[in-house]
Design a protein around this ligand. Structure first.
Ligand code: NAD
Ligand code: UGA
Length: 456
């Protein structure tokens, strides 16, 4: 074996990233550790802890050969030359910066574990998304060791998206590696680049200084989210003017300077990172005395809240100004298709607002019901969870589509319609369905940013 790689944090990023590294780099031993024993046991089993297309095959190819999952963090630290840190960095909920700044306690804990147990020099890699200049604090903590060891800090943020993680990791748009500009930092950068060179073309490996790399990750997410909020804001205007957001997005996207991707209007963006990373960017701007810049980016999150609230207001307005006591079938709870992840899913906020209006909810999702139950556990109201979409819709007044699962398109809408209360409504928060077709079946259809198709 060439070198041993350790990854601390076996979550949505640590697990898939290391599986793809191990698969492509048979000369490296890759160990993934976590404090969560249940998660590690799942990585060792046939039922992986996360649903991600293609991941099972990649894990099975490498597991036991050069990919290992373990809870023994100390042994991993002792053995590894290169340590990726991929622990969670949620929004701080307490003290200064609460609600915006990143909570770095898990990150700092791993740095302290590393100095306590390391017996040789290491390269420590920030895989988690971190505020710009975190590497400075981490470097200070690591260099405070009294064993005379050298630690190089590298920033190598992850750009994969859930649902397409394996593809994104196997064919990344870019691999960003930021390092300190001294000789030791540059040597560490090459060591990390050499891992990726096993399968990533040289021109996709982008080398920067460590601060640019940290900031690029935050800004990349902010720019992506900004596109969605921009398009969502225009979806509201389309509904007032009979312009069609699909036509506007696609015509606008034909300009190569704008580009056609990431212009789908939706009920709102979710996921564990967009909101957290933008708020972190906002906090950094405030901290550095840039209130105008902070306010600019904060608006992206406020627009997302507005879109979720507007969706619920539309439901209520079109259903004769009340949803109290009416059953609404929620189709899709995951924050996007092809994942079971519900973190910051718009479905949580939408469900909460509907429950406050005393609606009766029947929630169906092909992958995310387990997390949906946990997310709504503290909310009062009449909620049921259905693995069968037809049961969810039985006796319902409306279907609200909140995740763009392709299989929803293939449902038998005649059958759904027949079992529902009349008039029956569809609120398509993802513009997923063939609206004309379901309208002809009898539904009153309310797409996003398009003309409603109503029999009323
Ligand atoms: P996650 O919550 O799924 O996984 C983090 C794991 O770290 C958990 O299993 C937790 O038990 C473990 N952990 C926490 N403290 C630990 C410690 N001291 N020692 C060992 N293990 C510890 O989070 P995630 O979604 O994988 O995200 C990780 C980081 O990657 C975040 O900074 C996130 O912003 C970033 N990121 C996430 C994605 C994504 O798609 N989820 C994509 C790119 C970047
Ligand atoms: C996003 C980024 O795309 C990744 O590059 C990044 O690594 C990751 O965040 C992260 O740092 O965590 P992810 O959140 O997994 O990935 O999924 P996306 O495909 O970006 O979707 C995010 C949200 O935006 C979803 O709720 C999705 O439905 C929504 N979305 C996306 C839209 O509403 N419209 C679009 O056109 C695209």
């Amino acid at each position: 074996m060439n070198k041993t790689i350790l990854c601390i944090g076996a979550g949505y990023v640590g697990g898939p990233t290391m599986a793809v590294i191990a698969d492509n780099c048979p000369d490296y031993k890759v160990i993934v550790v976590d404090i969560n024993a249940e998660r590690i046991a799942a990585w060792q089993s046939d039922t992986l802890p996360i649903y991600e297309p293609g991941l099972q095959e990649v894990v099975e190819r490498a597991r036991g050969r050069n990919l290992f999952f373990s809870t023994d963090i100390i042994a991993g630290i002792k053995e590894a030359d290169i340590i990726f840190v991929s622990v969670n960095t949620p929004t701080k909920t307490f003290g200064e910066g609460a609600g915006k700044a990143a909570n770095l306690q898990y990150w700092e804990k791993t740095a302290r574990d590393i100095i306590e147990h390391a017996e040789s020099d290491k390269i420590v890699i920030e895989k988690s998304t971190l505020p710009v200049r975190t590497a400075e604090a981490m470097h200070r903590i690591l260099q405070s060791n009294t064993k005379g060891l050298n630690f190089d800090i590298i920033s190598n943020p992850e750009f994969m998206a859930e649902g397409t993680a394996v593809d994104d990791l196997e064919k990344p748009g870019r691999v960003l590696i930021g390092a300190m500009e001294d000789e030791s930092g540059q040597k560490a950068l090459e060591t990390v680049a050499n891992i990726y060179r096993n399968w990533v073309p040289e021109e996709k490996i982008k080398k920067t200084n460590v601060w640019s790399s940290e900031l690029t990750k935050l800004v990349s997410n902010a720019m992506l989210a900004q596109r969605i909020s921009s398009v969502n804001s225009i979806s509201a205007l389309c509904e007032k003017t009979d312009a069609n957001i699909l036509e506007v997005s696609s015509a606008m996207g034909m300009d190569p300077r704008i580009g056609s991707k990431f212009l789908n209007a939706s009920v709102g963006f979710g996921g564990s990172c967009f909101k957290k990373d933008i708020l972190n960017l906002v906090y950094l701007c405030e901290f550095h005395g840039l209130p105008e810049v902070a306010a600019y980016w904060e608006q992206v999150v406020l627009m997302n809240d507005y879109q979720e609230e507007r969706f619920v207001r539309n439901i209520s307005n079109h259903m004769f100004n009340t949803v109290a006591g009416k059953k609404i079938a929620i189709f899709g709870f995951a924050f996007k298709a092809d994942t079971g992840d519900t973190r910051e899913s718009p479905a949580i906020h939408v469900s909460k607002l509907l429950l406050e209006e005393r609606a009766v909810l029947a929630i169906h999702d092909p992958q995310a019901l387990k997390y949906a139950k946990l997310d709504l556990a503290d909310y009062e109201g009449d909620i049921s969870y259905e693995t069968d979409p037809y049961k969810a819709a039985e006796g319902a007044h409306a279907i609200a589509i909140l995740t763009e699962w392709k299989e929803f398109r293939d449902l038998d809408f005649e059958k759904l319609y027949a079992s529902m209360e009349k008039p029956a409504f569809i609120f398509d928060g993802r513009n997923l369905l063939d609206h004309q077709k379901v309208f002809e079946i009898g539904f009153n259809v309310y797409p996003l940013g398009q003309k409603a198709l109503s029999h009323l």
